[in-house]
Design a protein around this ligand. Structure first.
Ligand code: PRT
Ligand code: ZN
Length: 292
């Protein structure tokens, strides 16, 4: 194992919240062996020169920007809100949400412009102010810590600007979204200086390759099927494998077996066309990791 001059690579992860479980699962998924039971401030990887730093999500962008950690796993929303100078390396496919403006059911406002002169309660004041400025709308921004959805009922605000994922919270409070400011998900971010230090860069790149492998695999299925040799060229065209499909002759003459990796998003479409072209005994298996 390579030792960095002084200290190890450090990654900041939310200590307890929505991103914690998926973040740790991801890090374990790329083969990192570390203790995550008693959530101390630090946890050291046993098989990689990496230390985990468990902190509140709001502190992650700043800690990464200031070099307290080289890397962080955090919502894009927090990075934007803190206006942190960090480099986004990779979207991670969890923690999806949107920042939305909403008004009570029955209110007449239908757009940001309609909120001129209103009081808007938000957990994301910087983002809201920027949005209002872009639209040339003047409104009172009321910053709150959480539970923006109760402010209209309490007559603290006329509208809210908060994160939404399923939309249940807003519906339960009779709030109707009128505009989406942006969408967000969890991302891997880095301190720009850490990327310039060769030793660190090398470790970061290794982690990135592993992450890509894991994330790519999630979007893939491994497919095997049988087909008459005569249908081979047509099926090969339909089946967009990583390169081209593996073709194996079968004991039964004029029949072949094909193996290929197929992207989840085009999966059903591809399978239907293959069946039409003469494919049969189609087996679909999950892909655990991909290394290109
Ligand atoms: O203690 P700490 O500061 O670390 O945690 P926290 O309470 O600030 O954050 P946490 O754990 O709630 O969320 C961490 C991150 O998850 C956020 O920064 C987002 O990147 C992401 N995320 C994804 C969400 C949501 N979805 C989400 N729905 N964060 C918050 N919410 C809240 C929202 O504010 C609203 O109150 O959930 C409610 C709405 O949910 P739905 O499903 O009813 O629409
Ligand atoms: Zn937080």
């Amino acid at each position: 194992m390579k030792e960095l001059n002084g200290d190890s690579l450090r990654i900041a992860v939310q200590n307890s919240g929505r991103l914690t479980g998926p973040s740790l699962e991801l890090l374990h998924g790329i083969g990192l062996d570390f203790e995550d039971q008693d959530r101390k401030l630090f946890s050291r990887c046993r098989n990689f020169d990496l230390e985990l730093l468990f902190i509140r999500d709001d502190d992650i962008p700043e800690y990464v920007q200031d070099g307290v950690a080289d890397l962080g796993i955090v919502g894009q929303n927090v990075v934007r809100e803190e206006e942190a100078e960090v480099e986004e390396l990779q979207e991670l496919g969890f923690g999806q949400c949107s920042l939305k403006l909403a008004v009570p059911e029955g209110a007449s406002a239908r757009s940001t412009e309609d909120l001129a002169g209103s009081r808007i309660a938000t957990t994301h004041p910087t983002s809201l102010r920027r949005h209002l400025e872009e639209r040339g709308v003047e409104a009172e921004v009321i910053t709150i810590r959480g539970a923006a959805e109760v402010t209209p009922v309490l007559d603290v605000a006329d509208a809210v600007c908060d994160l939404v994922s399923t939309g249940t919270t807003m519906r339960m409070h009779d709030l109707q979204p009128i505009e989406t400011l942006w969408d967000s998900q969890a991302a891997l971010v880095a301190n720009p200086d850490s990327l310039e230090v060769p030793d660190r860069r090398e470790l970061i790149d290794r982690l990135r390759v592993r992450l890509r492998g894991l994330l790519d695999a999630k979007q893939m299925k491994y497919v095997t099927l049988n087909a008459p040799r005569s249908a081979l060229s047509e099926i090969e065209e339909i089946l967009p494998g990583m390169k081209s499909p593996t073709v194996v002759p079968l004991a039964e003459e004029d029949m072949v077996a094909l193996h290929a990796a197929v992207k989840e998003e085009v999966f059903w479409d591809v399978m239907e066309r293959i069946k039409e072209a003469g494919g049969s005994e189609i087996l679909v298996l999950p892909v655990e990791k991909v290394m290109r």
